[in-house]
Design a binder for this molecule. Structure first.
Ligand SMILES: Cc1cc2nc3c(=O)[nH]c(=O)nc-3n(C[C@H](O)[C@H](O)[C@H](O)COP(=O)(O)O)c2cc1C
Length: 386
């Protein structure tokens, strides 16, 4: 088991890929052996009953990839252009908070893996390392994920720090203004260890909302600081960096954001950690792509556990995908080496799928490469939790 982060803890053992990792999914299967059980439950679970987290996985089972014959794919590659940036492959590391839960080196290890594999890293506001130290460890392809803070000056300070540290885009997450506890994590007795803190927010003075209106209830009271369209407009006026919005599911939200001038969107239900009961993000992807039209930047995340899943998301309209829990599992199993290995496995799995589906480049991957399949037999997602 990976020791908990502590200043007095002995240095962690050297990272090593254990036997039995043959594919990306194996990191998910091995992670429970390498993580504290409550920490694993926190990462794996969704909010509430975990309905949307499960839906994310099941949605992939609803599609099969059609093999194609005799196509010449010898010139094949997986290079992508995402929001004007040239990427070596269409994978990025999703913002995932508190990675010290998985490995003593936390986001620093993830950043090293991103650099080694030429992968764009999206660092979370709630990282257990400062955004500056993550920037130092990562390659040039780094974006910063922003949560609006109750005070605009605190939000602005995060943006200025991200600009100064060389982050190339701001990804503002808008689907998690309220996060209900997950049943799985509660049942496992999860508590955030005192050693695992949101380093970027250190020093922020606490701020209390005004007293609740009579009969308001604590949920709507807690939404007092939740951002609105006016906050997004304000943010876009503050920074020269491209602003992406993460957490889009409704096609009308997508077109409204497009009209507002955001750089692009991430179709996502926060890995099922936002509104429990929200549809799978894969289910909404085709409608969102249809709404914003071809050629406008759309990223996707939610439920990806293999290169074939990546292929399906690209076929249904994504330009590139973000990898969420899988990166934490690989981090827990084998540190920076594990995350780098995971990314290599995913890329090779994607390439194998493309080659056999007759797609030489990402541009060749379209909805015609897939066929809907009824969930007729027990699937991998039934066998394994998130
Ligand atoms: C433990 C955990 C922490 C997360 N923290 C953040 C975060 O700080 N900011 C954010 O925008 N999304 C966060 N997410 C959501 C991910 O960015 C991503 O949307 C989701 O994990 C994708 O689903 P997947 O895990 O099935 O790949 C988190 C997800 C998990 C599992």
């Amino acid at each position: 088991m990976t020791p908990a982060l502590s200043s007095t803890a002995p240095p962690p053992p050297p990272d090593r890929i254990p036997p039995g990792v043959h594919g990306a999914l194996d990191y998910a299967l091995l992670a429970p052996k390498h993580m504290d059980a409550a920490h694993h439950a926190y990462v794996a679970g969704g909010s509430g009953l975990g309905v949307s987290a499960q839906a994310n996985r099941r949605a992939f089972d609803g599609w099969a990839v059609l093999p194609r014959l005799l196509r010449d794919v010898r010139h094949g590659h997986v290079r992508a252009v995402v929001g004007g940036e040239a990427w070596e492959h269409p994978l990025a590391l999703a913002p995932v908070a508190f990675q010290a839960l998985a490995h003593p080196h936390g986001e620093i290890a993830t950043a090293r893996a991103a650099e080694a594999t030429g992968t764009c890293l999206v660092a979370s506001t709630l990282s257990s390392r400062t955004l500056e130290s993550i920037a130092q460890a990562s390659g040039p392809a780094r974006w910063f994920q922003l949560y609006f803070q109750p005070r605009r000056e605190d939000t602005l300070q995060l943006v200025r720090r991200a600009e100064a540290a060389g982050y190339r885009a701001i990804v503002v997450t808008l689907d998690a203004a309220l996060q209900t506890a997950g049943r799985q994590a509660l049942a496992a007795g999860f508590r955030m260890p005192p050693t695992c803190v949101a380093e970027n927010l250190r020093g922020q003075a606490p701020v209390e909302p005004p007293a609740p209106q009579p009969g308001q209830g604590r949920v709507f009271h807690a939404m007092h600081f939740a951002p609105t369209w006016a906050d997004l407009d304000w943010l876009m006026a503050q920074t020269h960096l491209p602003v992406w919005v993460k957490g889009v599911l409704h096609p009308e939200d997508a077109t409204a954001l497009q009209a507002r001038g955001v750089a692009g969107i991430v179709v996502s239900n926060h890995g099922g950690r936002g509104l429990d009961g929200a549809p799978a993000s894969l289910q909404m992807l085709p409608a969102v792509r249809a709404a914003v039209g071809p050629g406008w930047p759309v990223l996707f995340d939610g439920g990806i556990r293999s290169g074939t899943d990546v292929f399906k998301a690209l076929a249904l309209g994504a330009d590139a995908v973000l990898i969420g829990r899988l990166q934490v599992y690989a981090l827990a199993v084998a540190g920076a080496l594990g995350v780098a290995h995971l990314l290599r496995l995913l890329i090779e799995e994607l390439q194998a799928c493309m080659a056999l589906a007759g797609c030489a480049t990402l541009a060749d991957i379209g909805p015609g490469a897939l066929v809907a399949q009824p969930p007729a037999f027990p699937s991998l997602s039934e066998e394994m939790p998130c």
